[in-house]
Design a protein around this ligand. Structure first.
Ligand SMILES: Nc1nc2c(c(=O)[nH]1)N[C@H]1C(S)=C(S)[C@@H](COP(=O)(O)O)O[C@H]1N2
Ligand SMILES: [Mo]
Length: 170
Protein backbone atom coordinates (compact mmCIF):
# COMPACT_ATOMS: atom_id res chain seq x y z
CA UNK A 1 0.00 0.00 0.00
CA UNK A 2 1.58 3.30 -1.08
CA UNK A 3 2.36 5.36 1.91
CA UNK A 4 0.68 8.72 2.26
CA UNK A 5 3.27 11.52 2.06
CA UNK A 6 4.93 11.54 5.40
CA UNK A 7 4.05 14.80 7.02
CA UNK A 8 4.01 15.57 10.67
CA UNK A 9 0.57 15.53 12.23
CA UNK A 10 1.04 19.14 13.25
CA UNK A 11 1.24 20.14 9.58
CA UNK A 12 -2.32 18.97 8.96
CA UNK A 13 -3.55 20.66 12.06
CA UNK A 14 -1.94 23.91 10.98
CA UNK A 15 -3.46 23.57 7.49
CA UNK A 16 -6.96 22.99 8.86
CA UNK A 17 -6.56 25.88 11.25
CA UNK A 18 -5.35 28.08 8.38
CA UNK A 19 -8.34 27.15 6.21
CA UNK A 20 -10.77 27.87 9.01
CA UNK A 21 -9.13 31.24 9.68
CA UNK A 22 -9.13 32.12 5.95
CA UNK A 23 -12.84 31.29 5.71
CA UNK A 24 -13.70 33.40 8.72
CA UNK A 25 -11.72 36.36 7.41
CA UNK A 26 -13.05 36.06 3.85
CA UNK A 27 -16.06 38.10 2.65
CA UNK A 28 -18.00 34.82 2.63
CA UNK A 29 -17.23 34.23 6.30
CA UNK A 30 -18.13 37.79 7.20
CA UNK A 31 -21.38 37.51 5.26
CA UNK A 32 -22.28 34.39 7.21
CA UNK A 33 -21.50 36.13 10.49
CA UNK A 34 -23.39 39.29 9.52
CA UNK A 35 -26.52 37.46 8.43
CA UNK A 36 -26.76 35.62 11.73
CA UNK A 37 -27.63 38.93 13.42
CA UNK A 38 -30.03 40.23 10.72
CA UNK A 39 -33.09 39.43 12.81
CA UNK A 40 -31.82 41.85 15.46
CA UNK A 41 -31.13 44.58 12.88
CA UNK A 42 -33.41 47.26 14.29
CA UNK A 43 -35.99 47.29 17.07
CA UNK A 44 -38.77 49.84 16.67
CA UNK A 45 -41.00 50.55 19.67
CA UNK A 46 -44.14 52.53 20.12
CA UNK A 47 -45.33 51.96 23.67
CA UNK A 48 -46.03 48.24 24.00
CA UNK A 49 -45.83 47.68 20.24
CA UNK A 50 -42.45 46.24 19.26
CA UNK A 51 -41.35 45.62 15.68
CA UNK A 52 -38.16 43.83 14.66
CA UNK A 53 -37.02 45.07 11.27
CA UNK A 54 -34.37 43.82 8.89
CA UNK A 55 -32.52 45.70 6.17
CA UNK A 56 -35.14 44.98 3.48
CA UNK A 57 -37.99 46.22 5.73
CA UNK A 58 -36.20 49.52 6.27
CA UNK A 59 -35.14 49.99 2.66
CA UNK A 60 -38.68 49.39 1.39
CA UNK A 61 -39.26 53.10 2.18
CA UNK A 62 -37.09 53.88 -0.89
CA UNK A 63 -33.32 54.36 -1.10
CA UNK A 64 -31.73 57.78 -1.58
CA UNK A 65 -28.05 58.55 -2.04
CA UNK A 66 -25.83 61.25 -0.59
CA UNK A 67 -22.17 61.67 -1.48
CA UNK A 68 -20.47 63.32 1.46
CA UNK A 69 -17.78 63.06 4.12
CA UNK A 70 -18.79 61.87 7.58
CA UNK A 71 -16.81 63.52 10.41
CA UNK A 72 -15.98 60.08 11.84
CA UNK A 73 -13.91 59.41 8.72
CA UNK A 74 -16.04 57.72 6.06
CA UNK A 75 -16.14 59.59 2.77
CA UNK A 76 -18.14 58.46 -0.25
CA UNK A 77 -21.68 57.54 -1.21
CA UNK A 78 -24.09 56.79 1.61
CA UNK A 79 -27.54 55.36 0.91
CA UNK A 80 -30.53 55.26 3.14
CA UNK A 81 -34.15 56.21 3.62
CA UNK A 82 -35.49 59.60 4.62
CA UNK A 83 -36.38 59.34 8.30
CA UNK A 84 -39.88 60.81 7.82
CA UNK A 85 -40.67 58.39 4.95
CA UNK A 86 -39.54 55.52 7.15
CA UNK A 87 -41.62 56.70 10.14
CA UNK A 88 -44.70 57.21 7.96
CA UNK A 89 -44.34 53.73 6.49
CA UNK A 90 -44.48 52.39 10.09
CA UNK A 91 -47.40 54.70 11.00
CA UNK A 92 -45.12 56.63 13.36
CA UNK A 93 -45.12 59.93 11.48
CA UNK A 94 -47.02 61.72 14.28
CA UNK A 95 -44.66 60.71 17.10
CA UNK A 96 -43.96 63.54 19.60
CA UNK A 97 -40.54 62.09 20.36
CA UNK A 98 -38.46 59.82 18.15
CA UNK A 99 -35.64 58.42 20.26
CA UNK A 100 -32.56 56.72 18.81
CA UNK A 101 -30.54 54.31 20.91
CA UNK A 102 -27.05 53.25 19.81
CA UNK A 103 -25.08 50.07 20.47
CA UNK A 104 -22.95 52.09 22.91
CA UNK A 105 -26.23 53.26 24.57
CA UNK A 106 -25.70 56.83 23.41
CA UNK A 107 -29.16 58.24 22.79
CA UNK A 108 -30.77 61.28 21.17
CA UNK A 109 -34.29 62.24 20.21
CA UNK A 110 -35.98 64.38 17.60
CA UNK A 111 -39.19 66.39 17.98
CA UNK A 112 -41.61 66.93 15.07
CA UNK A 113 -40.25 70.50 14.80
CA UNK A 114 -36.67 69.27 14.43
CA UNK A 115 -37.74 66.70 11.85
CA UNK A 116 -39.54 69.40 9.86
CA UNK A 117 -36.48 71.68 9.96
CA UNK A 118 -34.00 69.28 8.36
CA UNK A 119 -34.06 66.20 6.17
CA UNK A 120 -32.58 63.34 8.20
CA UNK A 121 -31.27 60.35 6.28
CA UNK A 122 -31.34 56.99 8.06
CA UNK A 123 -28.26 55.46 6.44
CA UNK A 124 -28.26 51.73 5.68
CA UNK A 125 -25.33 51.48 3.23
CA UNK A 126 -21.91 52.86 2.39
CA UNK A 127 -20.67 52.39 -1.20
CA UNK A 128 -23.62 50.08 -1.82
CA UNK A 129 -22.84 47.63 1.01
CA UNK A 130 -24.67 47.41 4.34
CA UNK A 131 -22.86 49.37 7.06
CA UNK A 132 -20.55 47.10 8.99
CA UNK A 133 -20.04 47.40 12.73
CA UNK A 134 -16.72 49.23 12.31
CA UNK A 135 -18.40 51.59 9.82
CA UNK A 136 -20.75 52.71 12.62
CA UNK A 137 -23.50 50.29 11.55
CA UNK A 138 -26.01 48.90 11.44
CA UNK A 139 -27.66 52.31 10.94
CA UNK A 140 -26.71 55.94 11.31
CA UNK A 141 -28.50 59.23 11.11
CA UNK A 142 -27.03 62.11 9.10
CA UNK A 143 -28.20 65.41 7.62
CA UNK A 144 -26.69 65.42 4.11
CA UNK A 145 -27.42 69.13 3.61
CA UNK A 146 -25.33 69.94 6.74
CA UNK A 147 -22.37 67.67 5.94
CA UNK A 148 -20.05 70.44 4.76
CA UNK A 149 -21.01 72.81 7.61
CA UNK A 150 -20.40 70.06 10.17
CA UNK A 151 -16.93 69.44 8.71
CA UNK A 152 -16.26 73.21 8.78
CA UNK A 153 -17.43 73.35 12.38
CA UNK A 154 -20.24 75.82 11.63
CA UNK A 155 -23.12 73.37 12.31
CA UNK A 156 -23.51 71.02 15.28
CA UNK A 157 -23.75 67.27 14.82
CA UNK A 158 -25.35 66.42 18.12
CA UNK A 159 -28.28 64.68 16.35
CA UNK A 160 -25.90 62.66 14.17
CA UNK A 161 -26.04 59.38 15.97
CA UNK A 162 -24.44 56.22 14.64
CA UNK A 163 -24.55 52.51 15.49
CA UNK A 164 -28.33 52.79 15.94
CA UNK A 165 -29.95 49.58 17.22
CA UNK A 166 -33.31 50.90 18.38
CA UNK A 167 -35.86 53.59 17.53
CA UNK A 168 -38.37 54.25 20.28
CA UNK A 169 -41.34 56.55 19.83
CA UNK A 170 -44.09 58.11 21.89
N1 LIG B 1 -23.41 56.11 18.77
C1 LIG B 1 -22.93 57.32 19.12
N2 LIG B 1 -23.25 58.39 18.37
C2 LIG B 1 -22.80 59.63 18.72
C3 LIG B 1 -22.01 59.82 19.86
C4 LIG B 1 -21.70 58.64 20.63
O1 LIG B 1 -21.01 58.72 21.65
N3 LIG B 1 -22.15 57.43 20.21
N4 LIG B 1 -21.62 61.12 20.22
C5 LIG B 1 -22.49 62.21 19.75
C6 LIG B 1 -22.01 63.54 20.07
S1 LIG B 1 -22.28 64.12 21.65
C7 LIG B 1 -21.46 64.35 19.16
S2 LIG B 1 -21.06 65.97 19.47
C8 LIG B 1 -21.13 63.80 17.86
C9 LIG B 1 -19.63 63.82 17.73
O2 LIG B 1 -19.09 62.95 18.71
P1 LIG B 1 -17.52 62.80 18.88
O3 LIG B 1 -16.97 64.19 18.99
O4 LIG B 1 -17.37 61.98 20.12
O5 LIG B 1 -17.03 62.09 17.67
O6 LIG B 1 -21.60 62.47 17.62
C10 LIG B 1 -22.75 62.07 18.28
N5 LIG B 1 -23.13 60.71 17.95
MO1 LIG C 1 -21.49 66.24 21.63
Amino acid sequence: MPSFPVLPRAWWQMTLFGLAAALLLSPFGQGALASSSDEEFLTVRMGERVQSLDLADIESSGLHEATMAHPEGLEGTFSGVWLDDFLQSRELGDAKRVRFIARDNYTTFLTPGERAEKAYLLVTRFEGEPLSTDQFGPLMLVVPQDAQAVLDGTAPMTRWIWAIREISTR
